[in-house]
Ligand binder design. Sequence first.
Ligand code: NAP
Length: 288
Amino acid sequence: MAKVAFLGLGVMGFPMAGHLKARGGHEVTVYNRTAAKADLWVAQHGGRAARAPREAAQGQDFVFLCVGNDDDLRQVTLGADGALGGMAKGAVMVDHTTASADVARELHVAAAALGVGFIDAPVSGGQAGAENGVLTVMCGGDAPVYAKAEPVIAAFARMCKLLGPAGSGQLAKMVNQICIAGLVQALSEGIHFGQKAGLDVEAVIEVISRGAAQSWQMENRYKTMNAGKFNFGFAVDWMRKDLSICLAEARRNGAHLPVTALVDQFYSDVQTMAGGRWDTSSLLARLK
Ligand code: NAP
């Protein structure tokens, strides 16, 4: 059992922090910018709510984070009221935000200067994965620090792996998002074509999902996509944030991502259709 703080109780962080308490048996302190969510978490799970990141981080063995983007991360970790300022030597910070590899390296250096360990640990598996405690966690950092963090992360993970030095977790998450982007467009085109062809799309997918076209997106999204419902998971606004991180990294490392770049523009169309909060399968909506 460890002393743990969790900062950022959004769609993902709220249930992840819950698993640290209920499954992991850890002593959990939470912080959320909008304090009402932290109070709600404490009402549901017990534990303690702190009113600032630094206060939450004081005296903890581990500080977990899951906020929005690079700027949010810097706000919550660095500066006068930031979590790093409250952390003791030997403590470990684990960041589950999907952010750039640059900010992961920057925080790794800032933490090391204080004798604090830092693991970048973005996740895949969505809201359902967080609620069911079966996330995939992609980690970057130092092996001895990771070895300390892995048993704690296990409270909400089905798969967790160290993939290299600081930033490697974020780079792996970029690979994940690049793989998803083109696939969701292809799935949208397949369903669109099936509808235009007058087929029973559900029956078609039930058959082809047992063959080579099978994917997580197909299995989990085809019914809602076919029904024109797009309120079932990861939002387009978040996906565009992630794709912009991928495309910026690709400009630096020379990778060619033509389909990813195109799909990013397709998501920009969806935003223009007021679909920023629709889930990523809404690429189908812009074909209609
Ligand atoms: P969310 O529901 O919007 O929650 C974001 C959390 O971050 C909230 O607790 C928010 O506080 C906090 N926050 C944002 N900016 C902050 C700031 N400047 N200072 C302090 N707190 C701040 O988002 P989410 O869906 O949980 O996603 C969180 C991260 O996980 C993102 O990086 C996302 O890309 C990634 N992710 C999400 C999913 C998914 O399916 N949702 C899947 C994989 C990865 P308030 O409550 O005050 O707004």
